[in-house]
Design a protein around this ligand. Structure first.
Ligand SMILES: Nc1ncnc2c1ncn2[C@@H]1O[C@H](COP(=O)(O)OP(=O)(O)O)[C@@H](O)[C@H]1O
Length: 176
């Protein structure tokens, strides 16, 4: 699969759990009619989860199996891939990578509302403070396709959607 064969771009929405990836992806999918690929749901649906990680209380992802499942889905473009990790996807899959960011207090409130406590809560807050996903994205993709989006407020949510929609329009002008 080569980038120039796509008639619509593939977009990766990544970031720490709770920053708003699903919210952005859902609204963006409604606006653009792109397919929203929730990687966690696909992993469950296609049995790509291996044995349980007792430390984090969640199953390990079988990355190779998931990539095999997703390869055909992303081939033609027009996908919004939503996941809290990004270094194991093939670089060639994505035309734009958006790293969603949230300040500590908002993230803390959102994760506690989701029922996160203890180590899981602390690790996710630290992940955001240390910009782990931003660094992961910057080291996995060309810097010019990686963009950070601050997503603390409703206003920012809507402007983030507009930013991505405008980015898609520009991509189409330049690539089709
Ligand atoms: N810009 C925003 N302003 C306020 N709340 C938001 C914003 N974006 C998302 N949220 C809320 O934060 C919570 C986590 O969002 P979600 O999209 O599930 O995050 P993720 O998919 O990154 O784990 C949800 O309750 C969602 O409604």
């Amino acid at each position: 699969m080569e980038t120039r064969k796509r008639i619509s771009p593939n977009i990766l929405i990544t970031g720490t759990p709770g920053v708003g990836k699903s919210t952005i992806s859902r609204l963006l999918a409604e606006r653009t009619k792109f397919a929203w690929r929730e990687v966690s749901k696909l992993a469950e649906e296609y049995n790509c989860l291996d044995e349980y990680d007792p430390e984090y209380n969640c199953p390990f992802l079988n990355e190779d199996k998931l990539l095999d499942v997703m390869e055909g889905m992303v081939a033609k473009g027009g996908n919004i891939v939503d996941y809290h990790g990004c270094d194991f996807f093939p670089e060639r899959w994505f035309d734009g990578v958006f790293v969603v960011r949230t300040n500590n207090t908002s993230l803390y409130d959102r994760l506690t509302a989701r029922g996160y406590t203890g180590k899981k809560l602390e690790d996710n807050i630290q992940c955001e403070i240390f910009e782990t996903l931003l660094e992961e994205a910057q080291s996995s993709y060309k810097p010019e396709i990686v963009q950070e989006l601050q997503n603390n407020t409703e206003d920012q949510l809507h402007s983030n959607i507009n930013t991505i929609v405008e980015w898609i329009e520009r991509w189409k002008e330049e690539n089709i």
